[in-house]
Design a binder for this molecule. Sequence first.
Ligand code: CP3
Length: 348
Amino acid sequence: MVDKATKRRFLLPFAGHSLTPPPIWLMRQAGRYLPEYRAVRAKAGGFLDLCYAPELAAEVTLQPIRRYGFDAAILFSDILVVPHALGQQVEFVEGEGPRLEPVREEEDLRRLNGAATRSTFRIVCETVARLRQDLPDATALIGFCGAPWTVATYMVAGRGTPDQADARLWAYRDPQGFSKLIDLLVEASIDYLSMQVDAGADALQIFDTWAGSLPPAQFDQWVVEPTARIVKSVRARHRDVPIIGFPRGAGQKMHGYAMLTKVQGLGCDTGMQPGHMADLARAQGVVVQGNVDPLLLVAGGSELERQVAAILSGLKGVPHVFNLGHGIVPETPPDNVARLVELVRRGP
Ligand code: CP3
């Protein structure tokens, strides 16, 4: 990694360097806020068709790099590719979001036919390989998966939910049955992430968007423990690849999460103060990533300048990767993103 790190700024904080300005990329940096994304998306047909078309998926991954020169690109795909690869029916309904055939109890797991899992992952890895060829040498490539808990919340409810009630109820009523689903996802995620590194990913992020809906004991059981298993196995195969965990909404449980999962990077949501992020980085020896409010990027203006300056000065001397606290939303004016990059690169 030392070699790659010298070429790719994004990797330097993971080798212990605090950079001024910090490297920057944004969650969901490829997407509907960009007119050039909407044009490719219209050509591809369905959203999953775009995820499984390596040439087009690589193209939309590159679009924000060309426009803004981010320090890292993130593979264009979706966390729901894993349940799809495991044999669950997954659709993205225009204007509504994902719809899956729900898996509600242990018995339903038998319906999942994993015969095509590897071949589906291989298609996504074609995008990764293509990207590593097409990206500038200085741009790192981030691979990703959803964390088992977050992916399970969609698999169980069959859609996105405000409170993840269906998965929480199954996990309380039948922890043993639910753990079979989590184990299935752990194994698939280990395979999927390792394949992405083999294909050319420089770093990995595990998105746990709904980690915040669990009380402490269940957080340990369904967020920390499965993530720890993924990190351990992926790093046994790929010793140097930095792994960033993003347990959104984890609050005070971030310290335990970092300590027990052994991730090298911690994605911080918008609720965390820069001072608290700096404490986390020092206490746990991790890189912290984040955490501008995506809605502030929609609004822009002087409050955006103020928040960026507070994050930059609060994290000076700390291994930090600049990012949002969650994904870019479609209403974001592309000019505000250019302004954000300029503010970060200019410094506080
Ligand atoms: O960050 C990137 O640019 C890489 C690509 C990426 C997408 N989704 C593309 C996408 C990544 C890393 C994701 C992760 C993802 N997907 C998460 C975790 C992070 C988060 O945002 O919380 C989750 C929960 C999903 C599931 C998902 N995918 C939902 C709920 C939806 C529908 C809501 C929406 O924004 O439309 C998607 C669709 C999706 N994934 C789109 C994109 C660009 C929009 C689809 C379109 O073009 O119509």
